[in-house]
Design a protein around this ligand. Structure first.
Ligand SMILES: [Zn+2]
Length: 333
């Protein structure tokens, strides 16, 4: 048994309470490798933003859960080296799908876990979430649950259609499960292809696809029923078209990739939405930078020469999200 507190990590309780009161949101960035983690920590340390490091099931398979946890421990020390005296870093399991997995993460130093029972029948989702909450809370580990179904594909999480969260269910769900935060479905979606061209309109000026707006009316209803309760948005990448263009201009093929406009995320961040998950955007930043270097320098074979620029590009992206979209800069001095 390893306590996250010994590793210098924090859970999300305090972070979320302050974010709701302060009208901003905490970035939750997924990481799978060293370059991504360096970029996240550097961005968070230099902007003094609380940050949630997320480990998905795909990341655990790719990089090994043990290694990722030690990397997160290293990240705390790295943050201090960068001059961030009191780093506020949470290590969070993204889309845990069983009690056993959540328990193993709690036992191994994670400060927060998500139990995603959203594909289960309602009562089973409550029962599973409650089981995880009862275990995790013994160790002061916070638990995120999900109600409603997001469309899109993210690692092993995939759904054809979305089902918006039903506001009438949220009080019962939150009360009976005891979860600390709730991921809801209001039109965000996993992956880089969040909407089909048929779901979008076309901006006559740019010719770009414009996605349908998020269901803020549902968010408002949920906030009315659960005042001050931490709400989470998954699948909230914006799929910056500059990256898609670089990828496509350098041998890639990502037609019709489209995300959530930053305007809408800015609006969400000011509400009870206090955690916004961003994964695809950093994948795009990484891939765009690597493709560009390899096109411009076909003889390059030192991974540091293309992973380095990829890391710089991700850091730029993370800082942009923190400062320009979520407003979490300067909140972890
Ligand atoms: Zn997700």
């Amino acid at each position: 048994m390893v306590s996250y507190k010994e590793l210098g990590l924090v859970n999300t309780r305090e972070m979320f309470a302050r974010a709701i009161n302060g009208g901003y949101a905490i970035p939750a960035f997924n990481f799978n490798n060293m370059e991504q983690l360096q970029a996240i920590i550097k961005a968070a340390a230099e902007t003094k933003s609380p940050v949630i490091l997320q480990v998905s099931s795909g990341a655990r398979k790719y990089a090994n859960q043990t290694l990722l946890r030690y990397m997160a421990q290293g990240a705390v020390e790295y943050a201090k080296e960068l001059g961030w005296e009191h780093p506020q870093i949470a290590l969070h399991l993204d889309h845990g799908n069983s009690f056993e997995l959540c328990k193993s993460c709690v036992d191994f130093g994670f400060s927060s876990v998500m139990i995603d029972g959203s594909a289960l029948p309602y009562e089973e989702n409550i029962a599973l979430t409650k089981q995880v909450v009862e275990y995790a809370h013994q160790f002061d580990v916070t638990v995120e649950a999900e109600l409603g179904v997001l469309a899109g594909v993210e690692d092993e999480v995939a759904a054809e259609e979305s089902h918006y969260t039903k506001p009438d269910e949220v009080i019962d769900f939150a009360t009976r499960s005891g979860c600390d935060s709730l991921a809801i479905s209001i039109g965000t979606s996993h992956g880089a292809y969040k909407f089909t061209p048929e779901q979008c309109t076309v901006d006559p000026k740019t010719g770009r696809l414009v996605p349908p707006p998020l269901a803020f009316d549902i968010l408002d209803e949920i906030m009315k029923r659960l005042p001050g309760f931490p709400i989470v948005l998954h699948g909230s990448s914006s799929v910056p078209q500059e990256y898609v263009d670089i990828i496509n201009a350098n041998g890639g093929a990502m037609p019709n990739a489209v995300g959530i406009p930053e305007e809408q995320l800015r609006r969400a961040a000011k509400s009870a939405v206090c955690k916004i998950n961003i994964d695809s955007d950093s994948r795009l930043a990484f891939t765009a930078a690597v493709r560009r270097v390899l096109t411009e320098k076909p003889g390059e074979f030192d991974p540091r020469k293309y992973c380095g620029p990829a890391r710089d590009e991700m850091e730029k992206l993370y800082k942009h999200k923190i400062i320009e979209v979520l407003g979490s800069d300067g909140k972890a001095l």
